[in-house]
Write a protein that binds this ligand. Sequence first.
Ligand SMILES: [Zn+2]
Length: 165
Amino acid sequence: MKMKFTSLLLLLALIACGQPKDKKSETSKIVPVKKTTAEWKAQLTSEEYYVLREKGTERAFTGKYWDNHEHGVYYCAACNQELFASETKFESGTGWPSFWQPISKELVAVGIDKSIGMVRDEVVCSRCGGHLGHVFDDGPKPTGLRYCLNSVSLKFEKTPKPEKK
Ligand SMILES: [Zn+2]
């Protein structure tokens, strides 16, 4: 009788192991944000909508972050995914906030933009697909990249500077 009970337990354990696990947490940490045009229009200001959803560009030297030297994190203005850190921001002289690297590679996606008669690498937020700007290969070391972004696409949050040791 005791023997039977053990084998039953073993059988149950085997069945449990064979069950498909919840794959969501394993395959992608980033859960995509998908909204309709009407939903985006309701959420974003007209300028944010123009840049983030219609791939517009704010005028140089007009955005709120090109000259921001505070320590902190830049989030996607549409879905709040963290994107860039102030440690990788640099003075590009272009009038747009420029970074040489995102916080992590999977936070942004790069696609080809053939508008305005030029082929450029477009940078979008990997969670909501919001247009952030473009990436060029004339940036500083160590990556040599220049992520040239729109202030409108970003939301900055100040964080305390780490103390120098
Ligand atoms: Zn986003």
